[in-house]
Design a protein around this ligand. Sequence first.
Ligand code: NAP
Length: 203
Amino acid sequence: MTTAIIGLGNMGSGLARRLAGKGKLVLATRNAAAAASLAAEIGAESAGIADAIAAADTVVLALPYNSALELARSGALNGKVVVDISNPVKPDFSGLAIGFETSAAEEIQKAAPSAKVVKGFNTIFATLFAAPADDTANVPVFLAGEEAAVEQVATLVKNAGFAVEKTGTLDAARLLEPVGMLNIRFGYGLGRGTSIAPAWLSL
Ligand SMILES: NC(=O)c1ccc[n+]([C@@H]2O[C@H](COP(=O)([O-])OP(=O)(O)OC[C@H]3O[C@@H](n4cnc5c(N)ncnc54)[C@H](OP(=O)(O)O)[C@@H]3O)[C@@H](O)[C@H]2O)c1
């Protein structure tokens, strides 16, 4: 299985470091030199965005929502299992830019109809990728999407050192994105910091 990570900012580079050595990994971003440099450092490959997507079974969009949507509209993602990690927050972080009657993941799915979009990682702060993998083994990554695609992404989640919490079909993204927003409120607005993550308890 080949994973492509598109976008190598806080989330993309953090996930790349966690996935290094766990299967074929191709890194891509607008700055080809930055992708090549990180790839050389962690033992991955780098490529242009279109080539990285073409080579991959799973494509992680570690991009701002609007850039992910633009890529979906280009047709480049068609036929791929695509992980949308975005939190489509307003520029002032006061709420979700697209409201509650759709979700970023569903909009990306609409823009790339033959892709299989899976929501995931939006409740994980980038800080967590830098923690020892043992510390995050029980931290859930909530996944929403079509069953077989979720199963494929679940393997990636476990390889990245997190636990899997399946939430059903892609419409659950409109529940997960507000949870991501709540996590941001706890982390920044309420001063809890970014070494936090939501999880569901069974009593
Ligand atoms: N940071 C977090 O803790 C966190 C947590 C959960 C979810 N998320 C979500 O994860 C996503 C990425 O966040 P981040 O914090 O990693 O952002 P970031 O550090 O700003 O990185 C974004 C990356 O996307 C690249 N990019 C932007 N537009 C692009 C385009 N059109 N084509 C190709 N590459 C493009 C940027 O490239 P350049 O360097 O060339 O600009 C950069 O590498 C966002 O949707 C965010 O909501 C973030």
